[in-house]
Design a protein around this ligand. Structure first.
Ligand SMILES: [Zn+2]
Length: 406
């Protein structure tokens, strides 16, 4: 298995906060795991690991249980996250719908809800987020009292402020939700929810979800392609999500694949998502991409193996082959995982039409699959958003808590 931890520990006392985060990260992404294995992975001394684990145990953040007996010795104690210690809410927001899930620290979904926006605007998205959060609090008051944060995932590109937003010509397109991600809107939502919030683009969130809870656990380097109204990608590199400095890494939908192709809302021409996206499919089928009913219709057409839909797949499959080729040549990932807001069988069918794929420079081991369809289906982004909340909001607060407890 590839290494999928972020960084090595250090035995310096002043680096204690850092060490707690490193150990907790290993336990969260690799547990249940023995303390000596944590020491091996982090290069921390066994005593340091013992002390950190004991503190996390005393705080109720991790729990110990007997591991499998190995050799002649006693079975060791393994440590794992105490899943019910805290909960996060993850929201997948786009211009049509909001999907919400509440997860424990191990990504077990304890509640989920969904709704359609009244209008494709930030105010109706906010209203729906708040309503769903209230639904969860009413249905699960005990878990809700242990909420520590909220992850929000929406299609980018994102802008730093209203000025920058004004310069993004794509900001009002159905494939994006730039204004939802504006810092001032996040601040409003955080105040209304009375919880800290963290934002990621939808594809990065899905990549993180796969990294922590899904197929991506097996890889330190992979890309996730999100097939939504638009098209995006998220990257896990050296065991960590790579969001890019402006959180816009992976906007592969705007890679130009046809220099004199169709005009795109971003101001360019021939962008990948003008061909390979639900927006493009809606255009082909004469459906309105700003209506949730169009997605339901597409699902029905796929179910019926509609010839027009399958013909579209044949036409755009070369673009999927090209996208996979670009990502493989650029990043040399161990795997690419495909997902989106359509059912997995839809992605599977599209992928079959894209095969045979372009060869890789370094061929995979015989029989090894390099392209996978994600396991979390249409909830992948919301699940990843909750994982982002754990990543950004829970782990630092743990270190803070433990240091304060001394
Ligand atoms: Zn574009």
């Amino acid at each position: 298995m590839a290494t999928s931890f972020r960084t090595r520990g250090t035995n310096l006392t002043r680096a204690k906060t850092h060490n707690h985060r490193v150990v907790l990260e290993i336990i969260r992404t690799r547990g249940p795991i023995g303390r000596s294995e944590i020491a091996d992975i982090t290069s921390l001394s066994r005593q340091t690991v013992q002390n950190i684990v004991a503190e996390l145990d005393a705080e109720g953040i991790v729990e110990m249980h007997a591991g499998k007996a190995s050799g002649r010795g006693h079975p060791g104690m393994n440590v794992q996250i105490r899943a019910s210690h805290a909960f996060s809410l993850g929201f997948h927001v786009d211009r049509l719908a909001v999907t919400a899930i509440a997860c424990d620290l191990m990504g077990q979904v304890v509640w989920s809800g969904t709704g359609h926006l009244v209008a494709p605007s930030t105010s109706s998205a906010n209203a729906l987020v708040l309503k769903l959060a209230e639904d969860f609090r009413k249905a699960h008051p005990d878990e809700a009292s242990r909420l520590f944060g909220v992850g929000l995932a929406a299609p980018g590109p994102f802008a730093a402020d209203a000025d920058e937003l004004a310069h993004l010509s794509s900001s009002s397109d159905a494939t994006t939700f730039t204004e939802f991600g504006l810092p001032e809107n996040l601040k409003t939502l955080s105040q209304e929810l009375n919880l800290p919030v963290v934002l990621q683009n939808d594809a990065s969130a899905a990549a993180l979800g796969e990294h922590v809870y899904g197929l991506g656990r097996a890889y330190g380097n992979f890309a996730f392609i999100q097939f939504g109204i638009g098209l995006g990608a998220g990257f896990v590199l050296n065991g960590a999500i790579y969001p890019g400095p402006s959180k816009n890494a992976g906007e592969i939908g705007h890679i130009q694949v046809q220099p004199r192709g169709l005009a795109c809302s971003c101001g360019s021409r021939g962008c990948l998502e003008r061909y390979l996206s639900l927006h493009a499919l809606c255009e082909r089928l004469g459906l309105d991409p700003t209506l949730a009913a169009s997605l339901i219709r597409i699902d029905q057409l796929f179910e019926a193996q509609d010839p027009a839909l399958l013909a579209w797949m044949d036409d755009v499959a070369p673009y999927l082959r090209q996208a996979i080729n670009i990502i493989e040549m650029m990043l040399d990932p161990e795997a690419i995982i495909l997902g989106g807001i359509v059912r997995p069988a839809f992605i599977e069918t599209l992928l079959q039409r894209a095969e045979p794929l372009h060869p890789r420079l370094a061929p995979s081991a015989p029989g090894a699959r390099r392209i996978h369809v994600g396991t979390s289906g249409t909830r992948a982004v919301a699940l990843g958003a909750s994982a982002a909340a754990v990543d950004a909001l829970f782990a630092p607060s743990v270190s803070h808590l433990v240091l304060q407890a001394e």
